[in-house]
Design a protein around this ligand. Structure first.
Ligand code: HEC
Length: 140
């Protein structure tokens, strides 16, 4: 009698386990993730058409990447910190890079940033805008 009972419990348990794992498999194979990523990328490209050019300037001739990392402060504030403040105040990074507006992120360190205007003020307006779009596209 006891043996039959144990056998029944085992059968029941294994059927519950197999039942539980089946829907998970379907979830893992779900294609939902990919379309979402595509929508995100498309949105970024439409909103910031110059972002790629800006990235090249940021990491290349602008040398910005030496002092600005995505989410950690190095010499300068992180890109995400800068962008959060510029978004909140509806300010323009391109204008700042043309030395046509005051610092609003960390005025106490402004002199370090100011040295870079030698580079950014020699850029074309479109290049300053590209730098702005690249940074804004990295908003948290
Ligand atoms: C030598 C280090 C250094 C380099 C290189 C550098 N920055 Fe900065 N940057 C700083 C520091 C320090 C601050 C904080 C002072 C300030 O807020 O003005 C800053 C602040 C900023 C701000 C916020 C300004 C504000 O309103 O306060 C922006 C935007 C910015 N940098 C963009 C850039 C871009 C774009 C480049 C490349 C063309 C660049 N930085 C290159 C050090 C640097």
């Amino acid at each position: 009698m006891k043996k039959i009972y144990v056998f029944c419990m085992l059968t029941l348990a294994s059927s519950i386990i197999s039942c539980g794992s089946d829907p998970k498999k379907t979830d893992n194979n779900s294609p939902e993730v990919n379309p979402e990523t595509t929508v995100e990328e498309t949105k970024t490209k439409a909103d910031f058409p110059l972002a790629e050019q800006g990235k090249a300037l940021f990491e290349g001739e602008g040398t910005c990447v030496a002092c600005h990392k995505l989410d950690t402060k190095v010499v300068g504030p992180s890109i995400q910190e800068i962008v959060a403040i510029y978004k909140a105040k509806n300010a323009s990074i391109a204008t700042f890079l043309n030395e046509a507006s005051e610092p609003i992120v960390d005025p106490s360190q402004y002199s370090i940033m100011k040295a870079n205007f030698a580079i950014t003020k020699n850029m074309k307006p479109e290049q300053r805008l590209a730098l702005e779009q690249y940074m804004m596209s990295l908003a948290p």
